[in-house]
Design a protein around this ligand. Structure first.
Ligand SMILES: [Zn+2]
Length: 111
């Protein structure tokens, strides 16, 4: 097993401007619920409190890997930021998955 990656240097921090806002309603209270990677059709999904990622096969996304960071806002909007790698460049996109009840979603650990 590889050692975990530990980031040691913060590049930028601005507590006011770096808060994510829901793209549907602008609310700043969003909870991470899922991370999905697609590496040439090998898809790994990390969700809620699951101990290990789920693996599935799917269609590759374009010519490079994709990463989705998915959130739910406290107004029930489910949305994601997608990072799409292509020929040395990374493109970002914000996507909506509609609405779910916040109470019904298993978010990532928090205290
Ligand atoms: Zn929202």
């Amino acid at each position: 097993m590889k050692e975990p990656i530990i980031y040691t240097h913060e590049i930028h921090m601005d507590a006011d401007s770096d808060v994510l806002r829901c793209p549907a309603c602008g609310y700043e209270y969003n909870h991470p619920i899922r991370v999905v990677t697609n590496r040439g059709g090998v898809v790994d999904i990390i969700e809620g409190w699951e101990d290990s990622p789920r693996h599935i096969q799917a269609t590759p996304t374009r010519r490079g890997s994709s990463i989705w960071l998915e959130f739910i806002c406290e107004c029930d909007h489910v949305w994601a930021i997608q990072f799409q790698f292509h020929k040395g460049q990374v493109f970002t996109k914000t996507l909506s998955r509609g609405m779910m009840r916040f109470e019904d979603v298993s978010e990532f650990w928090r205290d």
